[in-house]
Design a binder for this molecule. Structure first.
Ligand code: CMP
Ligand code: CMP
Length: 401
């Protein structure tokens, strides 16, 4: 006799089991009652899974998202504020939101978080690729292990075709994206004109702004090659990243207020700087920047000291380069290559243990435009520094080795 397994049963039980393992509830039955009651409530929402036809837990269906056909907004139903109360454990990446107002989440509240988790099952090989792609994502840098596990569980793989619009400016934000591979252009519409303001080349992430600030998408992202992305749904992003950002703001508010570089920014703009940076810690003598390499980050020293060294045509024998500067708490480095769109002009090494705030080039360009005057004045000083160290009439291009 063959027994038919109802559609969705496996995923339903899997999601429930994951929650039990995570939460380790003392009273399993009580936990189950709460879990399934919430789930049932979510299914009764006007646009909920009642429409799905199967009657069986469609929103939790584990699918191969790379192959799943596009689901339209109308299939997915309308918007209802209550959908923020409960998110079914696995959601479809194509269930794009219609509106993003009135979200219930308050990152400052330290209340116990009982939301069931979004889980997209993955093979070991997928998980390895995902971990590699997420390794350098600055927004993930300050998360604890449990938060990181939840993010990785919730992320889903997407294959992207050349010319595909991953994001369109003006849309509501549904997902955050981490690049596994592929190239993507960034377009921003200014005065009715689309301008390409940058590009991602096989690394990085995008799509955080609309989710963090409840705003329409600020740019259009178009694939210029076939590629692969890892998506993270809005609810999980907000639950974890917003909470972490609130903590970062508390920790770094005084520090960023004290930075001379940021003095032309309003407080709100400084807080946006805090939102997007990640912190990185370096061991004594560890290389932070390598002269001649392509640049994609900007650094502010939070603690410790950084030694800047340069190999220069005028001193070819100086092994490892000549020390040209030191940066300590509150000072920045790594701006020159981003401003000049050139390879790194010098190397940077940790002296003792060093902690830096790190910002990617896209955030640097978007947020630090008003600080450019200060940076340019300092860059003008670099030339003098080099003249003092290496002789007369040296310019930065002489540093290329
Ligand atoms: P979001 O507004 O959610 O969607 C578009 C994304 O493009 C945005 O988040 C950023 O992650 C990314 N982006 C990169 N460069 C820019 C830029 N100059 N202005 C706005 N968004 C940008
Ligand atoms: P960047 O070229 O991106 O990476 C190396 C960094 O060293 C550079 O940016 C500057 O921030 C910093 N630096 C400090 N002094 C100098 C100097 N005299 N010339 C060039 N870079 C310098």
């Amino acid at each position: 006799m063959s027994i038919k397994i109802p559609a969705g049963l496996t995923d339903l039980l899997q999601s429930f089991t994951v929650e039990v393992l995570r939460k380790q509830p003392a009273d399993l039955v009580e936990f189950a009652v709460q879990y399934f009651s919430k789930l049932q409530a979510s299914q009764k929402l006007p646009f909920g899974n009642e429409k799905s036809g199967s009657g069986a837990f469609r929103a939790t269906k584990a699918v191969n998202f790379a192959d799943e056909p596009m689901q339209t907004d109308s299939e997915n139903g309308g918007e209802d504020d209550e959908d923020e109360e409960f998110e079914a454990p696995v959601i479809n990446r194509f269930s794009r939101r219609v509106s993003v107002c009135a979200e219930a989440f308050n990152p400052d509240e330290e209340e116990e978080d009982t939301e069931p988790r979004v889980v997209h099952p993955k093979t070991d090989e997928q998980r390895r690729r995902l971990q590699d792609a997420c390794q350098d994502i600055l927004l993930f840098k300050n998360l604890d292990q449990e938060q990181m596990f939840q993010l990785l569980d919730a992320m889903f793989e997407m294959h992207v075709k050349i010319d595909e619009h991953v994001i369109d400016q003006g849309d509501d934000g549904d997902n955050f994206y981490v690049i596994e591979r592929g190239k993507y252009d960034i377009f921003v519409k200014l005065d009715g004109l689309q301008r390409c303001v940058g590009a991602y080349d096989n690394r990085g992430s995008f799509g955080e702004l609309a989710l963090m600030y409840n705003t329409p998408r600020a740019a259009t992202i178009i694939a210029t090659s076939n590629g692969a992305l890892w998506g993270l749904d809005r609810a999980t992003f907000r639950r974890i990243i917003l909470k972490n950002n609130a903590r970062k703001r508390r920790l770094y508010e005084e520090f960023v207020k004290s930075l001379p570089l940021l003095k032309s920014l309003e407080l709100g703009e400084r807080m946006k700087v805090v939102d997007v940076f990640g912190t990185k810690t370096y061991k004594d003598e560890e290389q932070i920047i390598a002269q001649g390499e392509k640049a994609d980050c900007f650094y502010i020293v939070e603690s410790g000291e950084v030694r800047i060294t340069m190999k220069h045509k005028a001193k070819p024998d100086a092994n490892g380069g000549v020390e040209i500067a030191r940066c300590s708490r509150g000072q920045y480095f790594g701006e020159l290559a981003l401003v000049a769109n050139q390879p790194r002009a010098a190397s940077a090494y940790a002296v003792g243990i060093v902690k830096c705030l790190v910002m990617d080039v896209q955030a640097f360009e978007r947020l630090l435009g008003p600080c450019m005057d200060i940076m340019k004045r300092n860059i003008a000083n670099y030339e003098e520094q080099l003249v003092d160290l290496f002789g007369t009439n040296m310019d930065l291009s002489d540093s290329a080795v």
